[in-house]
Design a protein around this ligand. Structure first.
Ligand code: ATP
Length: 364
């Protein structure tokens, strides 16, 4: 196991395009780090530079205290699990898992057998060791790929969207297994995904990338509650955060259909007359009829017309139109809730940094 340190990492392709642009990121020994961002943001490129499948244009990649920029992938002692599993079709499950051990010098047949059986036991593959990959389900194949990754002691596990070929149910199941396995082995892990749920549930910390630039590195909770800019605020959370134009008027904040006190987190950072963008999560709205009276006293009650509601089984969302073509999304706490009587929680996220950074984002 080892810490991974990235110092000002740049990946520039031939045409001068920077797929990864000056990324510095420290991953602690034993940490589970998620790299997330929209398609093309550079997350796979970054992962491939850690493992050595991609040359680093500039910057330092340090694994376990050692600069590895010029080290061959096999000398970095890392295990990578790919989206397409990359299993050998002509080899049995046993031999697929044993493969990395056979490449190592001096591992005895007994040791190989013990280690393969240990890995297979952890992944519930014991009964399938004699099968070929073609005779396995998608989930079992994914487990074999993981077995191959964990069979030898390595500095870190690297996962590149390992669950994206599985159906939703299996994805959920495998997510739990990966999480359990990582906790049990305590191995440093870097996991690339564009899946919100994986990003928010799997990692100790999440690094959000956009167009090759690192936006924020934080715990899932911190990302959700204190996004540093509008991109992170809008990317994390589903349905996404509502963005509303707002204007500061004394100690009040005026939004299109309601007015609230400037939230305490923003007090002192805003000036009278300033125009901002306020971010409200769908779950920041509650039904006035259902909120306890104490909360209601501190909230802002307003009435709104609900356009469409969406029922997702465990939650329900309402879409409330405002102005010409804009709408906000809110979560309904109670399926039987009255739709036109609503309260807004006092906890109102206003992304003050967002307004200034928005301009930078748009230029980028
Ligand atoms: P996805 O989720 O779609 O896999 P990603 O965030 O993993 O996206 P990367 O695969 O890292 O994105 O690619 C980052 C950017 O670099 C993309 O714009 C991609 O088109 C570009 N890119 C990747 N490989 C090359 C290459 N060999 N030559 C030129 N550009 C490349």
């Amino acid at each position: 196991m080892a810490a991974i340190e990235m110092r000002n990492i740049v990946k520039e392709y031939g045409d001068g395009f920077k797929a990864v642009n000056d990324v510095s990121l420290d991953i602690a020994d034993g940490e589970f780090m998620i790299l997330v961002g929209p398609s093309g943001c550079g997350k796979s490129t970054l992962l491939r530079m850690i493992v050595g499948l991609e040359d680093i244009t500039s910057g330092d990649m340090v694994i376990g205290g050692e600069r590895v920029n010029d080290k061959e992938p096999r000398d970095r002692r890392l295990s990578m699990v790919f989206q397409n599993y990359a299993l050998y079709p002509h080899l049995t499950v046993f031999e697929n898992i044993a493969f990395p051990l056979r490449l190592q010098k001096g591992v005895t047949e007994d040791e190989i057998r013990t280690r393969v059986h240990d890995a297979a036991a952890m992944l519930e593959l014991n009964e399938h060791l004699d099968r070929k990959p073609a005779n396995l389900s998608g989930g079992q194949r994914q487990r074999v790929a993981m077995g191959r990754a964990i069979v030898r002691a390595v500095n870190a596990f690297l996962f590149d969207e390992p669950l994206s070929n599985l159906d939703a149910k299996l994805r959920g199941q495998m997510r739990t297994e990966i999480s359990r396995m990582q906790r049990r082995l305590g191995t440093t892990t870097v996991y690339v995904t564009h899946d919100q749920t994986e990003a928010m549930t799997l990692g100790d910390r999440v690094a959000v990338l956009r167009r090759g630039l690192l936006q924020q590195v934080a715990s899932p909770r911190e990302l959700y509650e204190q996004p540093v800019n509008m991109f992170v605020a809008g990317f994390i959370g589903s349905p996404p955060m509502n963005f509303l134009p707002a204007a500061v008027s004394g100690d009040r904040l005026k939004l299109p259909f309601l007015e609230v006190a400037v939230p305490s987190a923003a007090a002192g950072k805003v000036t009278d007359g300033q125009l901002l963008i306020a971010g409200l999560r769908p779950d920041h709205f509650e039904d006035a009829a259902l909120v306890d009276p104490a909360k209601k006293a501190t909230g802002v009650v307003f009435r709104a017309r609900v356009d469409v509601t969406e029922w997702l089984g465990d939650s329900q969302y309402a879409y409330i139109p405002f102005e010409a073509d804009q709408e906000i999304t809110r979560q309904l706490a109670d399926l039987a809730a009255e739709l036109d009587s609503e309260a807004l929680r006092t906890q109102l996220i206003v992304s003050i940094d967002a307004t200034s950074r928005l301009r930078e984002d748009q230029d980028a």
